[in-house]
Design a protein around this ligand. Structure first.
Ligand code: GTP
Length: 338
């Protein structure tokens, strides 16, 4: 029987299948195109296998930066993503403007960049991110930037405030020559999501960190440039691969961190100050957070003022999702930019 031309098998050699399947990490997403990274290949361009594209209509975030995928070489230089490994974790935010937004997956830590000054990052925003990390079980690391602009006593006060709550805290400054060795130590060998709004000094730090691997970063741009596929990205996150499995995932600047995917009970539980109050709770399952609730009582009478305000502001966001208070923003100065 004659086989119609369009159903004939491609000659083996043109499909390049001798290269086989390989493991990659998603470094960036451009609409339907993916930039993948592996140590051997560095950056390659890929698309989803047809079957996965169909499946993805049911799943709002089928693939995000940081996902580990298996791909095979397709036509020309393009690769085809065949499957995704199960995520160990992922970072989500949700605001009143839409549904959950998964930013990236498989992280070791989230570095919260907060500047001491110009602009001063509000505690309320740091607290929101700490809450978001708690529920994903991703370790937060608070990095206060521009420490050269403030008095050492204020620096100590801020550092002590969060380290006394059990968080890892550090201060950095481009003026301080110890900054990069210290920073490198906490980032080395880890996949870190870098989060900070415009002006906190994120680009300055990232540029310093990528100096050593500048060729790889340029190569990222070459791939995206050569595809000429729109500048619009669906997640806007970008993974930068540095030496020795050190990966930084850069995020778009955020005005506020939506926590609408969390309940009031989850918000309370994520405050370490309230953990002993929760342990004393006689009910195995949480009650309705009424006046008898140990956590609510402690919140009213035992929580430090700044932390209490953060929690109240988050409660308010849940009650009135359309209202965003100034405390939720990084700073008044930054708010004006939007
Ligand atoms: N004094 C001082 N200024 C800094 C420091 N780090 C960055 N800056 C300055 O702060 C300004 C903002 O730094 P960027 O690195 O551009 O900040 P960004 O967070 O990337 O902000 P966008 O570029 O707007 O996204 C620049 O003028 C930097 O020179 C620091 O440690 N100390």
């Amino acid at each position: 029987m004659m086989v119609p031309d369009n159903l004939k098998e491609e000659p083996h050699s043109t499909r390049n299948s001798s290269l086989g399947k390989e493991q990659f990490t998603i470094a960036r997403i451009f609409g339907a195109y993916y930039e993948l990274y592996s140590k051997d290949r560095l950056y390659v361009r890929a698309v989803l296998k047809g079957k996965l594209r169909l499946k993805s209509t049911e799943d709002r975030h089928p693939f995000v930066v940081g996902d580990l995928v298996t791909a095979e070489s397709g036509y020309g230089e393009e690769w085809i993503i065949l499957e995704k490994e199960e995520r160990s974790n992922y970072l989500t935010r949700r605001s009143e403007h839409g549904d959950n937004h998964v930013l990236c997956a498989n992280l070791d830590q989230v570095a919260i960049l907060a500047s001491y000054k110009d602009p001063e990052t509000k505690d309320g925003f740091i607290d929101r991110l700490l809450v978001a990390c708690y529920h994903t079980k991703i370790k937060p690391l608070i990095i206060f930037t521009k420490s050269d602009l403030v008095d050492p006593s204020l620096k100590k006060e801020k550092e002590d405030f969060y380290s006394n709550l059990g968080y890892e805290v550090m201060s950095v400054s481009i003026e301080d020559e110890n900054t990069f060795p210290v920073l490198w130590k906490v980032l080395q060998g880890k996949k870190t999501f870098l989060c900070g709004n415009s002006g906190v000094g994120k680009s300055t730090l990232l540029n310093q960190l990528t100096k050593k691997s500048v060729q790889k970063v340029q190569k990222t741009n070459e791939v995206s440039g050569s595809t000429k596929k729109g500048k619009h990205t669906t997640t806007n996150s970008l993974a930068v691969f540095l030496e020795e499995d050190t990966v930084i995932i850069d995020s778009p600047g955020v005005k506020e961190w939506g926590i609408l995917h969390l309940s009031k009970q989850e918000l309370l539980e994520s405050f370490p100050e309230l953990s002993s109050a929760k342990e004393q709770c006689s009910s195995q399952y949480c009650c309705d957070l009424g006046p008898e609730c140990n956590m609510v009582r402690f919140m009213e009478n035992g929580l430090l003022e700044s932390r209490k305000k953060s929690l109240e502001s988050m409660f308010e966001s849940l009650d009135k999702p359309h209202r965003v208070t100034r405390r939720d923003h990084w700073s008044q100065a930054i708010t004006k930019r939007y």
